[in-house]
Design a protein around this ligand. Sequence first.
Ligand SMILES: Cc1cc2nc3c(=O)[nH]c(=O)nc-3n(C[C@H](O)[C@H](O)[C@H](O)COP(=O)(O)OP(=O)(O)OC[C@H]3O[C@@H](n4cnc5c(N)ncnc54)[C@H](O)[C@@H]3O)c2cc1C
Length: 452
Amino acid sequence: MSKALYWFTQDLRLNDNEGVKWVAQTHKEVAFVYVIDPNWFAQKNYHHLRVGEHRWRFICQSLIDLNEHLSNLGHHLQLLVGEPSEKITEFVKTYSVDTLVLAHQFGVDEQRAVTRISKCNRALLIKQFNQTTLFDNSQISEHDIPMKSFSTFRNYVEKRSLVVPVECVFEIEISLQRVTPILQLASTLLKDILSEVNDAIVPFGGAGLGFITGGERDAHNHLSTYLASYAPSRYKNTRNDLEGFSKSTKLSAYLAIGNLSPRQVWHAVEDYERTTIKNDSTYWIKFELLWREYFQWLLKLKGKSFFLFKGDGRSKPMTSFYSQRFAAWCAGKTVFPLVNACMHQLNETGYMSNRGRQIVASCLVNELSVDWRYGAAYFQQQLIDYDVASNWGNWQYIAGVGVDPRGGRHFNIPKQAQLYDADGRFVKKWQGHCHNALAYDGVDAADWPLQK
Ligand SMILES: Cc1cc2nc3c(=O)[nH]c(=O)nc-3n(C[C@H](O)[C@H](O)[C@H](O)COP(=O)(O)OP(=O)(O)OC[C@H]3O[C@@H](n4cnc5c(N)ncnc54)[C@H](O)[C@@H]3O)c2cc1C
């Protein structure tokens, strides 16, 4: 085989990247590309963007870092802008590429794009590698793991001692020297294209607070700093706190974009257990990685129903779309100070703690009776760590439309405030007390706006 195209998607890294290793071992020439789809920035997802400002900043940082890494090895990252299947097909035809390599992605749109590419390029070999999950396709299908609930999944994995494959190790430098770039481009081109994209199609100017920086290097720095501390040994007691950088791992954004693989994190935690301390907290970090894993495979299994109003349920939830309630929730102007504070934190930083996410999601569905999909879409736009499986899976779980037979989750907001913000410091910091909070309904029974 001669010419390969490596399409980076949710695996913006070179280490623990089986696809890159395989290309380097099997091909003579390679091009590395990333596709920016202008549709990300159109308000087509329940009136929201698919990629918002926090995540876009994080993606750009990751692309620049990856390009620098590749440039040091005699290659570069090329940006294509347009509908992904069209852009990849065009590239394949223009440069007579025989093999397309990418990470296996479980999102419905992502799978459709690969199917379209395959239909348009019958002779093209498409190789996909499991590098966004802990387990391989073969492990999951061979064991036929039960997915009825997270507990059945976790029990199966733990009882059968399913082994998380070791990191894929290879000498990146030596491997990439064996292959030549299909195209020679200036390494500065990537930054030029990013700034053109920013001018032409990105609808926001600001970049939000730099809560963390994207890129493989920063991801490894963050992981090793975290694991050099005692924070992991206290994780179980602190992970639900609403605020505090070391209270939880803060690895989600790196995992979502693939600056780190879940396998790297899993094995790093096991190293910590061997060398520093092994306790309930270190187990619990792996437990949470299994939650992530569960949602990934559940999305693969469920496909489109992951996004349906009634999900897996028999009947539709008793919620609807109330524009004013939803707008108040998004802007953090509800009558619930704790919810407002969490939403202000999300809007400003792109991050919210897991407990915060559960509380605001429960509020939208249970207190405000709003269709959960609008909340999921707003999170998709705002979260720096948006991940299709974790986001839509958690929302389904809280709305009670997922596979879990126990129904939804309703959080008692005053009780949560008492438990997690007894001194009111979090609400004060994020200005949760809202003097112009919108009442539940801005319309009367006949749908006419209420006069103030
Ligand atoms: C409504 C809702 C939406 C969410 N949307 C996302 C999302 O888009 N992307 C995302 O990565 N997480 C999402 N989560 C899960 C969770 O809130 C975040 O992963 C977590 O808060 C990230 O912070 P951390 O890295 O410090 O997590 P930690 O507590 O340190 O957990 C370690 C890792 O485990 C994984 N993880 C932890 N909790 C969960 C969970 N409940 N479900 C799936 N994976 C988990 C994450 O990869 C995380 O980085 C959502 C949760 C809720 C309730």
